[in-house]
Ligand binder design. Structure first.
Ligand SMILES: Nc1nc2c(ncn2[C@@H]2O[C@H](COP(=O)(O)OP(=O)(O)OP(=O)(O)O)[C@@H](O)[C@H]2O)c(=O)[nH]1
Ligand SMILES: [Mg+2]
Length: 432
């Protein structure tokens, strides 16, 4: 439409110039007093035609560049960047594998493992997450440059994005959580859920947002479009800290050793938050016995071979795990079953017991891994390597006396016993 109008205007201008020019020549030849007027008008018309043509040509170029990749607009992210912007994606599309250049500071990133850090966080947690990421960069990612994905149920502010970009050594994306992943599903009786919040006497019992968070971390973060291209993730929470250097590529190690779920702290859950979780889980396994792994960890999470849950779970504020596990049919169906039962809202089911029960039942024991050497802190517990050589070699700054792993409320001793692993020297001092 615009192009056709442009052609018509061009023709009209050329015709006018021709008429004026011809009239000028005739008048000049007859010595008429209007000659100068006609020559000047012709000159003005030629100049304005030239200006108009230049602008029109520029617009046409812009239009063409927009039309060049109609996909670009469709793949827009919440922060205005696009999937097609990423150099990594372009390289992937060109079939480049192996070690490639990341697009931040020309840092080299391992492209044989598709992995990223993922952090669910609020704008107001900026100061804490900046500290955590700075520490993570110093202890690990300054050497490996894995990308980050930040997720939020509200749009990230510009100051948040700027501050994060300043402290990371890699690519970073900021994503908005779709409303349907952070709201009550239609089958939930919201009055009943509100009543539970009004009377619950356990930690975060009165919080609606905490429940959305637990449900999101259980069933949705791995479905976010920004996570689609990854196979592994490392979960990062604000106010957490690495106590030691991590000198090896943890993601590469997970992949090479066929590990699916890795943790640093295990602990017992508050029973009052998950009153019907085990019963609901057992109903699921009765219906789908085919999802139980052959060499599973049932006897790590149950002391009576499935009758009851012993409350042991992996603390999910730190996880290095496979996204494909959550994407599996077994886990999708399990989550759907739990979600329909309503316990995320009628009780306060945490993503930690949900993830842990799934890992313990649907994975063979050898695919679950404890990282004793990753010194880690999330209030109020530490994972601090008891092994002196590791402590020194990895420049740890934690006190081994404050390690939580073998204290009574932890489940790491039970993990060692279940897997028949040798416990580190000194573990007895934490238990009478
Ligand atoms: N965007 C967003 N993130 C949240 C919200 N609530 C919690 N989170 C994030 O979800 C994760 C778990 O929340 P926490 O409040 O740390 O829960 P917790 O670890 O069980 O409890 P704490 O002992 O208080 O740390 C963290 O990464 C938080 O940043 C929320 O309402 N919005
Ligand atoms: Mg936390």
């Amino acid at each position: 439409m615009g192009l056709r109008l442009g052609k018509r205007l061009t023709r009209l201008c050329l015709l006018l110039i021709a008429v004026l020019g011809l009239s000028g020549v005739v008048l000049y030849a007859t010595g008429h007093e209007m000659t100068t007027y006609y020559v000047d008008s012709t000159k003005d018309l030629v100049d304005s035609y030239k200006d108009w043509w230049n602008t029109e040509e520029k617009h046409a170029e812009e239009d063409q560049s927009l039309q060049a990749d109609p996909e670009t607009d469709l793949k827009g992210y919440a922060d205005g960047t696009t999937l097609a912007d990423s150099e990594e994606v372009q390289q992937e599309e060109q079939g480049i594998t192996g070690v490639i250049e990341d697009n931040k500071n020309g840092n080299v990133v391992n492209a044989t493992v598709k992995a990223a850090f993922v952090s669910l966080v609020r704008n107001e947690d900026l100061a804490e997450i900046v500290k955590t990421v700075t520490n993570l960069e110093e202890r690990f990612n300054g050497k490996f440059h894995y990308p980050y994905v930040f997720l939020n149920n509200e749009p990230f502010s510009d100051p948040f994005k700027e501050a994060i970009r300043e402290v990371v050594s890699s690519d970073v994306k900021f994503g908005l959580i779709p409303r349907e992943h952070w709201s009550f599903p239609e089958w939930i009786d919201q009055e009943r859920a509100a009543e539970v919040r009004a009377t619950a006497d356990y930690i975060y019992g009165d919080s609606e947002s905490y429940r959305h968070m637990c449900r999101y971390e259980s069933g949705f973060f791995w479905r976010h479009e920004l996570m689609e291209k990854y196979d592994y993730y490392w979960r990062v929470e604000p106010s957490t800290k690495l106590h030691c250097d991590v000198n090896y590529d943890v993601f590469q190690w997970m992949q090479d050793n066929n590990k699916v779920y890795g943790f640093t702290v295990s602990i017992k859950e508050f029973e009052s938050t998950i009153k019907t979780l085990w019963k609901t889980t057992m109903n699921f396994t009765k219906e789908y016995p085919e999802y139980l792994a052959e060499n599973n960890m049932l006897d790590y999470i149950s002391n009576d071979h499935g009758e009851t849950y012993n409350l042991c779970h992996f603390w999910s504020n730190f996880e290095v795990a496979s996204l494909n596990f959550w994407r599996s049919e077994a886990y999708r169906k399990y989550f759907e079953h739990l979600d329909k039962a309503g316990g995320f809202f009628y009780e306060r089911w945490g993503d930690a017991p949900v993830h842990s029960i799934a890992a313990a039942l649907f994975l063979p024991s050898e695919q679950v891994h404890y990282f004793p050497e990753i010194g880690y802190f999330h209030h109020p517990f530490n994972n601090c390597p008891l092994d002196q050589d590791i402590w020194h070699k990895n420049k740890c700054t934690c006190s081994r006396m404050l390690d939580f792993s073998f204290q009574g409320y932890s489940c790491t001793k039970e993990y060692y016993d279940f897997k028949k692993m040798k416990k580190p020297d000194g573990w007895e001092m934490f238990r009478s």
